[in-house]
Design a binder for this molecule. Structure first.
Ligand code: BGP
Length: 453
């Protein structure tokens, strides 16, 4: 049964919504220096939430949000990634968090959402083990400062997508070996931080935030079924077995060894992974994936739906039974329920959905945005989630992407997800005026009724 205190929320991330890219002592992140696709806006102004957060939170209150998933920009708090703490950065989030709490909205905070400090990247980024300590120090500052005010902490957003589609968030592609060594360092960093959180008895809970998708075999051919299982291990379970069970997934280890990408463990690493566990699982869901046995490599362009292939193991296929968004992302609401059930029966931990939504080219007509396609997508997903809950899965919140329009990871302002429209385009900032979309009124009703059923 869905509880009365179910967290109906919505999500954003710092670099995609805030702007204020170099204000009040903020350092540069990899997002500020990355090479952008042509005709795509940079992240300097984004939705200007940095200056308009009070107005935005008033809108979130009007929407009836019970929770708001945001991320803190590492470079506002520790501009170089390590060392000196920037008090002005803490002061900004003090105001934001206090404003949310005053509005009766529970903050759910991701500490790292694709925006690694550029100064750390220059020193090797996640390939350099010093980044592990930098991350732990940064989190320590946050836990101390916000203790009691932030109850739900998320460590790393979509670590699996960063590793599997590294070009989406970092400049250039890396070898498998590099990628999975970096991945290992992130897993160790996450475990350290979870241990720190529990050892110090901070109030609240902490969890990982990967992107999880059920994997369909392209056919009932045993080779395709095995390919799906392999992809599942590498795409999903590698990232959750560590924070839940304290160890690598055996099938993922097998694949990593075969592709010569098994990371090197420092002497204490296995112990650290054992010691740092999560309290709940946050996950982002947009669609399922479908794979066959490997025949021929397909390119990925850094888009999580563009497909992943691994010679000898699996190859992405499109699913002929699913419709697609105008940006080519498959739509699979039943797959949402399948994913929830699979996650809950595998891990038996409380779940929270921290992203789900539809990116489209919204149009303003007479001051309104009739985003019926988004309402249709969300309504179907809410219904499947409610069924999963009714059938016994413990889901305690739902935070669609996104609370307000923001810049897509690699499609600029063309691709919008928000309940609130932001009046700008990629290269014309216009007036950045906020307009409530039809989906705003739809979601407001869902929240008022505590769901659709
Ligand atoms: C997730 C990210 C978000 C977000 C969303 C939509 O992978 O966590 O940051 O942007 O996907 O993706 P996109 O912006 O590529 O459409």
């Amino acid at each position: 049964m869905k509880k009365n205190d179910f967290l109906w929320g919505a999500a954003t991330s710092a670099y995609q919504v805030e702007g204020g890219w170099n204000e009040d002592g903020k350092g540069l992140s990899v997002q500020d220096i990355k090479k952008l696709p042509e005709n795509t806006s940079d992240f300097k102004v984004s939705s200007d939430h940095y200056h308009r957060f009070k107005e935005d939170i008033a809108l979130f209150k009007e929407l009836g949000l019970k929770a708001y998933r945001l991320s803190i920009a590492w470079t506002r708090i520790v501009p170089k990634g390590f060392g000196e703490v920037n008090q002005a950065g803490l002061a900004f989030y003090d105001q934001l968090i206090d404003e949310l709490i005053a509005a009766g909205i529970e903050p759910i905070v991701t500490v790292y959402h694709f925006d690694l400090p550029a100064a750390l990247e220059e020193q090797g980024g996640w390939n350099n083990r010093q980044t592990i300590d930098a991350f732990a120090d940064y989190c320590h500052v946050l836990f101390e400062h916000f203790n009691g005010r932030i109850k739900y902490w998320l460590t790393i957003n979509e670590q699996n997508m960063m590793v599997l589609a590294s070009s989406a968030v970092l400049a250039g592609k890396k070898t498998n070996r590099q990628n999975f060594q970096e991945n290992h360092h992130m897993l160790v960093a996450q475990a350290k931080v979870m241990k720190l959180f529990h050892d110090n008895n901070y109030q609240g809970q902490i969890g990982p935030a990967p992107n999880i998708a059920y994997i369909n075999p392209a056919s009932a051919k045993p080779e395709d079924v095995l390919a799906a299982q392999n992809f599942n291990a590498l795409r999903n379970w590698l990232f959750l077995d560590v924070p839940v069970y304290g160890r690598y997934n055996h099938q993922a280890v097998n694949i990593l060894k075969k592709i010569d990408a098994m990371p090197e463990f420092a002497p204490d690493d296995a112990e650290i992974l054992q010691a740092g566990r999560c309290d709940f699982i946050a996950f982002n869901y947009y669609s399922t994936n479908t794979v066959s046995a490997f025949h021929e490599a397909q390119g990925t362009d850094g888009d999580q739906q563009a497909g992943f292939s691994l010679p000898n193991f699996f190859e992405s296929q499109s699913n002929p039974y699913l419709e697609e968004t105008e940006f080519g992302w498959e739509i699979d609401p039943i797959g949402f329920k399948t994913t929830i059930h699979e996650l809950y029966s595998r891990y038996h931990l409380p779940l929270i959905v921290t992203e789900n939504g539809l990116g489209g080219r919204d149009i303003v007509e007479d001051g309104q945005v009739h985003d019926t396609y988004r309402i249709d997508y969300l309504a179907k997903h809410v219904q499947q989630m409610e069924e999963a809950i009714e059938e016994g899965a413990d889901v305690f919140g739902y935070c669609p992407w996104s609370a307000i329009d923001l810049i897509s990871t690699h499609e600029g302002f063309r691709k919008r997800y928000g309940f609130v429209y932001v009046n700008r385009s990629d290269f014309d900032l216009k007036d950045l005026k906020r307009i409530k979309k039809d989906s705003f009124y739809w979601y407001k009703k869902i929240i008022q009724q505590n769901g659709s059923q």
